[in-house]
Design a binder for this molecule. Structure first.
Ligand SMILES: O=C(O)CCC(=O)C(=O)O
Ligand SMILES: [Fe+2]
Length: 399
């Protein structure tokens, strides 16, 4: 089985474009510079983890000698900056969170201090969420003079660079400014080598302080999705929309926890669907490239427990359909009917994968592994009754 999902299922790209555009218009980060009260730049380090005495530095001014290069956790340094009491919190909300997420309460937790001297860098990584409700990180860069040390972000073949040294140098004036960048936890990021000077950053973890998805406040893209559903030429016979996830979610024994953890545009898809009276559902997408039966694709509404079970003369997809309510969405085998046709709105990605080892029989028995990729499915009825799901007969294959 290949690890890269592909979708030889029916797609209607032009028709779905407004919907796709409406849900993926925000980048996964927000950055800039912000003038702060000059007292905000006082940074004290020491305490339990950094020696007993506290030393304070004023990082607003070029003359300040920075702390020794390295990293300190939040018990070993102090900062007067409380993002919730500055414009930073609104910048994070406005720039990163979409729709109703932008009004959810956010908890900001001081996490660590990083000091980079000449030659220091931070290799590419993703921040490990400290809990299920953590959705991102906020990094503040002090205006200590330095060159290099740009933060590079990568997501889904796209790359962005935030060179805070350049941005802050431009701001240098009477009121000292801080550089800020906030991004979702699953965005890969890297700090390039610092060429000269010292780059000092503090990192905060960002959490949703509620974990409820229920709310009836409107989300703007809902209007666009609503307009599309009003259009009688859009899916005139009803149909099924599929959305690949944009963010990573923890994998457990069931899929029940996923709706309440949805982030960014994934959360938006869920909410818009609910606002329009549709019923979004979490599914796992399975792809099997069978030696004799060719490619088969299926959607499974649960985490299948395949462990230890052996089966003969049955493909994985057949087994999933028999025991785990799988819906076959593509098959090249003449004997296997297709249960449902899928229209992919956003690309399926192998970000959140359920792995199930199982015993397969070919010429001889061997262990194989089934990979289920999390996606969202929204079924849409015919124009005029979009919330009434059209029951379909399985399609017989004609060869
Ligand atoms: O210092 C920075 O700019 C980023 C730090 C970072 O990525 C981290 O601490 O995880
Ligand atoms: Fe990081």
């Amino acid at each position: 089985m290949s690890s890269q999902p592909t979708h030889p299922t029916r797609t209607t790209p032009e028709v779905l474009k407004p919907l796709r555009d409406a849900i993926t218009h925000k980048p996964s980060f927000v950055s800039g510079t912000l003038p702060l009260d000059p007292q905000s730049f006082l940074l004290c380090h020491g305490g339990v983890g950094g020696g007993s005495a506290w030393h304070c530095l004023d990082l607003a001014y070029a003359s300040a000698e920075p702390v020794t290069a390295g990293k300190l956790d939040s018990s070993s340094f102090m900062t007067p900056i409380v993002p919730e009491r500055t414009a930073l919190i609104d910048l994070v909300r406005g720039g990163l969170l979409e729709g109703i997420d932008a009004t959810r309460p956010i908890k900001v937790e001081l996490y660590k201090l990083n000091v980079y001297s000449e030659g220091s860098f931070f290799k590419a990584h993703q921040d490990t969420p400290r809990s299920e409700s953590m959705f991102g990180s906020l990094v503040l860069v002090f205006p200590t003079p330095h060159k290099g040390g740009a933060l590079v972000l990568r997501e889904d073949e796209q790359e962005w660079t935030f060179d805070s040294a350049i941005a802050l140098a431009r701001q240098a004036g009477d009121t000292p400014s801080i550089g800020y960048i906030a991004f979702f936890s699953d965005v890969e990021h890297e700090v390039l080598r610092v060429e000269s000077g010292h780059r000092v950053t503090i990192t905060f973890n960002l959490y949703y302080a509620d974990i409820e998805t229920d709310s009836d406040a409107p989300a703007t893209p809902a209007l666009e999705a609503g307009t599309l559903l009003d259009d009688p030429t859009f899916l005139p016979d009803g149909g099924t929309l599929a959305f690949g996830m944009r963010h990573v979610y923890p994998i457990k024994d069931t899929l029940k926890h996923i709706p309440k953890l949805l982030k960014g545009s994934d959360a938006l898809v869920w909410r818009i669907s609910e606002q329009l009276g549709l019923t979004p559902q979490v599914y796992l997408h399975y792809q099997e490239k069978h030696m004799w039966h060719g490619m088969q694709l299926a959607l499974v509404p649960m985490v299948p427990k395949l462990d230890g079970d052996c089966y003969e003369d049955m493909t994985l997809v057949e087994r999933l359909r028999q025991d785990f309510d799988a819906i076959v969405i593509y098959s090249r085998s003449s004997w296997m009917d297709i249960d449902e046709r899928i229209n992919w709105v956003t690309k399926l990605r192998a970000l959140s994968r359920v792995k199930s080892p199982y015993m397969a029989y070919g010429n001889e028995a061997h262990f194989a592994c089934a990979y289920g990729d999390v996606c969202l499915i929204v079924r849409v009825g015919r124009p005029g009754s979009r919330t009434e799901i059209v029951k379909r007969q399985p399609e017989k294959r004609q060869f």
